[in-house]
Design a protein around this ligand. Structure first.
Ligand code: AMP
Length: 195
């Protein structure tokens, strides 16, 4: 089963994706983590994208599509994967569709984690305070910019997937466990009546 977790920075996509990976063996594909790993390793790609990430801008669609195409072809994705942080633009979503079709794969569902924007500032501040690996983009100023980019460039993929009948929405403001439960229910991993 292949799915997308969609939502603004700080919505909890990474946390939920990790849980689904641990519980059900679906591979978490976080493009942000992949880019940060490339930066940490000092690869040519890492050098190319470091400033972009620090500024809170988006890496080009072509680079992101290549990165995901290479990743989903690997055997650890055979049981299914969770896209976390990708796609972030309509051209990425269209490119993903073509790529999946080429590989004979498809998306089961796109889960939008809906959150209250003001709460994100608190969450990101907490993440910055608690994290051992500091992220240069976890500042209030960069978050403001990233939220603007989310609204302008990423939110248009919500109607794109709604029109395809793939979109489901969860309340990302609920307790972490309750969000997991909502997602598991959508994925059919748990009955809706379970607590
Ligand atoms: P994230 O960890 O998902 O918040 O991503 C951190 C940063 O990586 C973003 O602010 C972008 O600079 C870059 N990035 C991650 N995924 C993408 C993507 N799908 N398209 C463009 N840039 C991305």
């Amino acid at each position: 089963m292949n799915l997308i977790l969609l939502g603004p920075p700080g919505a909890g996509k990474g946390t939920q994706a990790k849980r689904l990976e641990e519980r059900y063996g679906l591979k978490q594909l976080s493009t942000g983590d992949m880019l940060r790993a490339a930066i940490a390793a000092g690869t040519p790609l890492g050098q190319q994208v470091q400033e972009i990430l620090d500024r809170g801008d988006l890496v080009t669609d072509a680079v992101m599509l290549d990165m995901i195409a290479e990743r989903i072809a690997q055997p650890d994705c055979d049981r299914g994967f969770i896209l976390d942080g990708f796609p972030r633009t309509v051209p990425q979503a269209e490119g993903l569709d073509e790529m999946l079709a080429r590989h004979g794969k498809s998306l089961a569902v796109v889960i939008e984690m809906r959150v209250d924007e003001t709460a994100l500032f608190t969450r990101i501040a907490n993440r910055a305070a608690l994290s051992t690996e500091k992220r240069a983009d976890d500042t209030e100023e960069t978050l403001r910019k990233r939220l603007g980019i989310y609204r302008e460039q990423t939110a248009p993929i919500i109607p794109y997937y709604r029109d395809k009948g793939l979109l489901k929405v969860v309340d990302g403001m609920a307790e972490m466990d309750a969000v997991t439960h909502q997602i598991e229910t959508i994925l059919g991993f748990q009955s809706a009546s379970a607590t």
